[in-house]
Design a protein around this ligand. Structure first.
Ligand code: ATP
Ligand code: FE
Length: 365
């Protein structure tokens, strides 16, 4: 089978054509990143307008590069939840219209499920498995039992890790450093951290006293802000200048974020083993979402996995951030499992977006 996938949940307009073997036949992506950098964050109506302006060319270019016509596609998969409502609407409306006009089935996709399943396009990972989703809007530890059964073991009580990286980058004015000017916040912090000392500043890791596997990133961010204020006074920093010890600040912050992510993941692994939630042959940790591009975090997770008897799986960076490929692949998974595929005009017309939508029920409640 061949599926066309469409993604517009945040600030990337993506489309791709993927077959059942996981081969990407064609793809296209339009990122709004640079525009939003100028505004210091995503402005939903602007994101909506840019999706509207690019959706047609992105889908057409994905189809053209695949050499497959819409008539040859088996179904259209589109992200409908969770995300920015104004952004989701563009993909949802266009995907539905294409499906209805061409008389094709429509597969509504959950954006976080797509992040979690991407790995199965490139590597053999069987259900059930443990997933750590770290992205611009989420921090989630989830037990993936099947396509329709996701159990949340831990989630953030405030900010997401990608947000923690992006806000730090903004406050540190990393955009004013030429090499970092077009990078995402996370990329810029990781890049500068390479030559910084992670022990230069002590940013305490949150939540470690608690037994649960929740995440919290806003306290760390505030500690960082306070530290920056102090350093700016100390070095008499004004205007667009950056701190002279910026690499040490980034490295220490990244170290604290990493330590928190690793610790909570370890707690999830302990929770799983004491409750025997996974058979030992399924001790697989899948890490995905934009923050999973981070090499430093991945290395720390690899050490944890080694210690806990898990195997680490992580998609290549290009597939960790938002793209149309993961949506098409999620469509393939649902098509093959015959679940969540809508055939009738009435069912397709009834599909709506959901800005907020948990991936599953909370196991720890
Ligand atoms: P969500 O998936 O929760 O809806 P999103 O789709 O906006 O959020 P993604 O595209 O999955 O998020 O990821 C984007 C985030 O990943 C940004 O916050 C960015 O800073 C972060 N990121 C990208 N590369 C890195 C990196 N190398 N290190 C850390 N963070 C990174
Ligand atoms: Fe995402």
């Amino acid at each position: 089978c061949i599926i066309l996938g469409i993604e517009t949940s945040c600030d990337d307009t993506g489309a791709a054509v993927v077959d059942e073997t996981g081969q990407v036949l064609g793809e296209a992506l339009h990122s709004q990143h640079k525009v939003h950098l100028l505004h210091g964050g995503i402005i939903p109506p602007i994101a909506n307008r840019l999706h509207e302006e690019h959706i047609v060319e992105v889908v057409e270019s994905a189809l053209a590069s695949s050499g497959v016509s819409l008539a040859d596609v088996d179904a259209i998969a589109t992200t409908v939840k969770p995300g920015l409502p104004l952004s989701l609407c563009v993909g949802k409306n266009y995907g539905k219209k294409l499906a209805l006009d061409a008389g094709k089935p429509f597969i509504p996709i959950h954006h976080m499920e797509a992040h979690a399943l991407t790995i199965r396009m490139v590597e053999k990972v069987e259900f059930p498995f443990l997933v750590l989703l770290i992205s611009g809007g989420h921090a989630l530890l989830v037990l993936a039992k099947s396509l329709d059964e996701w159990k949340i073991i831990g989630q953030t009580i405030d900010d997401a890790p990608g947000e923690a990286f992006d806000k730090a980058a903004r406050r540190l004015k990393l955009r004013n450093i030429p090499e970092c000017s077009s990078m995402s916040g996370g990329q810029a912090v990781e890049y500068l951290s390479r030559e910084g000392d992670p022990r230069a500043f002590d940013y305490p890791t949150p939540m470690w006293k608690y037994r649960d596997c929740s995440f919290s990133f806003s306290g760390l961010k505030h500690t960082l802000y306070k530290n920056i204020e102090k350093l700016e006074v100390e070095y008499a920093i004004e205007g667009g200048r950056v701190l002279p010890n910026i690499r040490d600040v980034c490295a220490s912050y990244q170290y604290a974020l990493t330590k928190h992510i690793v610790r909570q993941t370890q707690k999830a692994m302990i929770y799983i083993s004491t409750r025997e939630l996974l058979p030992e042959e399924n001790y697989s940790l899948v890490v995905s979402g934009g923050v999973a591009c981070n090499q430093y975090i991945k290395t720390a997770l690899r050490v944890l996995c080694h210690k806990m008897g898990y195997t680490l799986f992580c998609p290549p960076p290009k597939l960790c951030t938002d793209n149309g490929i993961m949506i098409a692949w999620n469509g393939i998974e649902r098509w093959k499992a015959k679940t969540g595929v809508l055939y009738s005009k009435k069912d397709i017309e009834a599909v709506d977006i959901q800005g907020k939508s948990p991936i599953g029920e909370d196991l720890t409640d």
